[in-house]
Design a protein. Structure first.
Lengths: 277, 305, 380
């Protein structure tokens, strides 16, 4: 437990290796299954590696899912819109809560914090009704317009960061003649790049992984996101084609993994800071 | 208010205006509407009809509700401590000077990024009775135990056995503790080394140091994580929904409150009842959160940095 | 360049949970003349920074008014007050070059590019930002503390404001840099002939730089005067003890009638100890006769306590505790029964005298008397 020890107990090493393998196994199994011909997937005792990798499983799975690329496009479009909307609106609102002094600010912020406690199922039905009244059910709007209205969690994250920027920077800018929006745009935002990137990453992940939202608000198949399309695949086919399902699951997972590997440091730091507040 | 204060107020409100709109539309209105709907017979297709507390009475007598409530609470009560022990344990293991720390951290963290749909499909496969990987790993151990003690233990058909389905789900959840591991690891690294060094000089062993230094120093992080986990666990929806193909699982053992709410709202279009259920969920969440906060205030040690 | 008038100025923080109402600035009144270098000095929390920030427009005025050049500026936002400010932590924009940091304010006002270039170059040259290295294209993090502060100065200079405001600009610099930058600022003041308002907690900075000083404590102004007037004629106990380093020595006692018919100061000591006695000069005696038999505090600066003085009959015997040889002069810290005092002398024979007894001769012509209850100076 003590990081300054020079020799690590062998028990720890063994435990780590064991747990590491256990955690990796599902991934391994997923990819391995995705490359097997169907009959090999159901062999008992299980065959760890495919006899010969069936790369064509992947295009086959995409085919079986139907308009795969359309779904992918939908997922990407929504992710993009959400990232853009969230980053700008959360930054704007976080600025208001951190870089400006105004009467009632802290009470409003407390209300914002309180809203983080409201579970989605509670607001789900009325929001559905609201969107229905607007005629937005069956369109993409419910899945990206709210992003432009600043979610509490991201505001909280960015506010913490903005608070760490010295106050006298804003004051010097005000004396220099900067309007408040200019200070936001030309001074605070450029300094907040790491935090903005973190928000963007988290939002991308959240939108890409979102299942309940598309489930409720989308109607037509050609609007489905990848998540929904994959679920449809699971539902429709009888005599589950595990190799296709695994291949499709891997495909849906891939962009997330790639993004993670590209931005590891930011990601890990972002998660760590959220937890430590 | 002076002119300056008024100017600042306007500026402040302008900057937070996106949130104000969002708050009114997606927090305040829905909250109030939910309460109203819960007192009505409401299907989106027609106007709500006031029923008074009828929905709540029905809810009280609804065995499915109680089943869902039981499942949700059992899941939270079992999964959260298990997951906390696991993630703290992993973080402690990781916090040692070993080669490849970054790789291990990635391995543990990655599963928490998997989209719900992929996760559910994967684990549907992993938990498959005859062919799933989990049973293939468990079976050899069971065989050994059977040979030694003469019992006839069988690897469970996880997703089809009402007694084991929830455990299968918990297993799925444990795979995703990576996020918490990262948070705890960061927390561990904040503990000043001098504390451990002083304790070592005082003659403590590793377990004592863990108990009396690590845990107290980590307690604010643990508290926050547990609180967030409770709020999250009680709202579990996506994975069980997909695992069961939109259903309840064997003997309704995978029916969660959130699933039941969804079913009532969008399968049966019984939105009044769904709202009543949702408000119960809300009360449950607030109740458990308050208990946690109350307990936490006493036990959590803030090192006043 | 401008006059700045502070009229009945208050800053009041209303009471809130866990904290009563706080009056940070309590009825401040003073006028800064055109081209004057005015220093606001006092301990932490005395209200000097709050006052400065109200002049800048960074803090709301609770009550009272501030006029710049006769124009009331209470409701005018900072950018329209035609002032420039130099911050303690420099407040340089980290992502902009030195040039851009200095040019920013002018850019925002639509000053033409060539004019900006001219002003920035001129300021940079004056501040040594072009020689030996051209620092204009560097970012602040590539500069030392002293250089950053000069950029902050430059940013203020190019604005050609009516008044310059300084908020403890030297606090973050190391000792040597502090002295250098201090002289730099004084030189700039002469060169630019501009009104400057300077806040510091360091009385040395105040004494060396100011035309006049405002001494503040707990939100209230204690005294406003030129440095030497403050030094020789402090208005109260606080100012007397705050200005001057090492600080003034204070002796509590009474003015009794002496055998010679004049008043003499008799130190108040616990029973069994010998008090320090010191006769007053005849005219001082006469002027203070109304205070006979009343308590009084005698203030004597360290340089007015002469060690081993030849003045007969009037000595204070004390034991040397610590001797600090400063080179050009020596500070000797002594202890009498229950009282410490400091003397300062240019004589150098006091090294190695620790533990020994010394006789100190007070120069009463320079003494200041204070009323123990009001803490104000008694005019003599």
């Amino acid at each position: 437990m003590n990081p300054t020890r020079s020799s690590v107990p062998w028990l720890s090493r063994v435990a780590l290796i064991l747990l590491g393998v256990l955690f990796l196994l599902p991934f391994f199994w997923m990819v391995s299954t995705s490359l097997k011909p169907l009959n090999e997937t159901m062999k008992l005792p299980p065959q760890w590696l495919p006899s010969s990798p069936q790369w064509h499983n992947y295009p086959d799975a995409m085919q079986a899912m139907g308009p795969f690329w359309l779904y992918a496009r939908n997922s990407l479009l929504l992710a993009f819109l959400n990232v853009v909307g969230t980053v700008f609106s959360s930054a704007l609102v976080a600025y208001g809560f951190s870089r400006l002094d105004w009467r009632g600010r802290d009470s409003c912020f407390f209300v914002l914090l309180a809203t983080m406690m409201i579970p989605f199922p509670v607001v789900m039905v009325p929001i559905y009704g609201l969107f229905r009244a607007l005629g937005w059910i069956g369109t993409f709007q419910p899945l990206w317009v709210p992003a432009f209205l600043a979610g509490a969690f991201n505001v909280f994250l960015l506010r913490q960061f903005f608070l760490s920027i010295p106050r006298d920077l804003s004051e010097a800018a005000r004396i220099d003649g900067c309007s408040e929006f200019r200070i936001f745009w030309q001074i605070i935002l450029p300094l907040a790049k790491p935090a903005l990137l973190t928000v963007a990453l988290f939002q991308f992940m959240a939108t890409w992984n979102d299942f309940l939202g598309p489930l409720i608000f989308l109607a037509r198949e050609n609007q489905y996101t990848l998540a929904l399309g994959l679920q449809a695949l699971q539902g429709t086919i009888s005599g589950t084609p595990w190799h296709h399902l695994m291949a499709a699951s891997t495909l849906v997972l891939l962009p997330v993994l790639v993004l993670f590997f590209l931005t590891q440091r930011t990601f890990i730091r972002g998660i760590a800071t959220t937890g430590l507040k | 208010m002076t002119l300056g204060e008024r100017r600042n107020l306007i500026k402040g409100l302008v900057f937070i205006s996106p949130w104000i709109v969002g708050f009114l539309a997606f927090n305040l209105y829905p909250l109030i509407a939910s309460i109203w709907f819960s007192l009505c017979d409401y299907s989106v297709l027609s106007q709500p009809v006031f029923l008074g507390a009828q929905n709540y009475v029905d809810l009280w007598h609804d065995p499915v509700f109680w089943k869902a409530l039981r499942n949700t609470v059992v899941f939270a009560v079992v999964a959260i401590p298990l997951s906390t022990f696991l993630s703290i344990g992993l973080a402690v293991l990781l916090n040692q000077p070993i080669a490849g720390q970054g790789i291990y951290r990635t391995i543990f963290f990655l599963p928490s990024l998997v989209p719900a749909i992929s996760l559910a499909i994967l684990w549907q496969w992993m938990l498959n009775g005859p062919m799933g990987l989990v049973n293939n790993l468990v079976r050899p151990f069971l065989n050994i135990i059977n040979a030694v003690t003469g019992s006839h233990l069988q690897a469970p058909d996880w997703l089809n056995d009402p007694n084991f389905a929830l455990w299968g789900l918990i297993l799925t959840g444990l795979w995703g503790t990576g996020q918490a591991v990262v948070i705890y690891l960061a927390g561990l690294q904040e503990v000043p080394a001098e504390l451990y060094e002083a304790a070592e000089l005082d003659g403590t062993n590793a377990w004592q140091r863990f108990l009396h230094i690590t845990l107290p120093m980590l307690s604010p992080v643990i508290f926050f994580n547990v609180l967030m986990s409770i709020i999250g666990a009680l709202q579990t929806f996506a994975v069980p929904y997909i695992l069961t193909g939109g259903g309840d699982g064997p003997g309704r053992s995978l029916l969660f409150l959130a699933t039941y709410i969804y079913q009532n709202a969008f399968d049966y279009w019984n939105m009044g009842y769904a709202s009543a259920l949702a408000l119960c969920l809300f009360v449950l969440i607030i109740g458990l959160s308050l208990v946690t906060v109350h307990y936490g205030e006493k036990k959590v040690h803030y090192s006043g940095r | 360049m401008a006059k700045v008038l502070i009229e009945n100025l208050y800053k009041i923080y209303p009471a809130e949970k866990g904290r009563p109402e706080k009056v940070a600035v309590d009825n401040a009144n003073f006028e800064i003349q055109d081209r004057e270098f005015m220093v606001l000095v006092g301990p932490s929390g005395c209200g000097k920074t709050t006052t400065l920030r109200m002049v800048a427009g960074l803090e709301e005025i609770s009550r009272g008014a501030i006029y710049i050049d006769g124009k009331k500026i209470n409701e005018i936002p900072p950018k329209d007050r035609d002032i420039a400010m130099v911050f303690q932590n420099y407040a340089l924009y980290p992502h902009m070059s030195v040039y851009r940091n200095m040019a920013f304010g002018l850019e925002l006002r639509g000053v033409p590019k060539e004019e900006i270039r001219r002003r920035v170059d001129s300021a940079a040259r004056t501040l040594g930002l072009l020689e030996p290295d051209n620092l204009l294209e560097r970012k602040p993090k590539a500069l030392s503390g002293g250089q950053r502060q000069r950029v902050a100065l430059g940013r203020a200079i190019v604005r050609e404001p009516k008044a310059f405001l300084f908020d403890e600009p030297l606090s973050n610099l190391d000792a040597k840099m502090r002295v250098e930058t201090r002289t730099e600022i004084s030189r700039l003041h002469r060169q630019l002939a501009s009104t400057m308002i300077y806040v510091t907690h360091d009385q040395t900075e105040a004494m060396t730089m100011a035309d006049r000083i405002v001494v503040m404590r707990y939100g209230k102004i204690q005294q406003i005067a030129a440095p030497l007037d403050l030094y020789h004629q402090p208005a109260n106990l606080f100012v007397a003890g705050f200005i001057g380093s090492p600080p003034m020595n204070f002796f509590t006692g009474t003015l009794n009638a002496s055998r010679q018919g004049t008043l003499e100061f008799v130190e108040k000591v616990p029973a069994g100890q010998t008090p320090f006695r010191c006769p007053l000069f005849p005219d001082t005696s006469r002027r203070l006769s109304y205070r006979q038999d009343r308590e009084v505090i005698l203030g004597l600066r360290p340089e007015h306590l002469h060690p081993n003085s030849l003045t007969s009959g009037v000595t204070l015997e004390a034991t040397v505790e610590v001797v600090e040889p400063m080179g050009a002069e020596t500070f000797v810290y002594l202890r009498t029964e229950g009282h410490t005092c400091i003397c300062r002398t240019t004589q150098s024979e006091f090294i190695d005298l620790e533990g020994k007894k010394l006789n100190l001769g007070p120069d009463l012509s320079r003494a200041v008397f204070f009323d123990p209850e009001t803490e104000e100076a008694i005019p003599t």
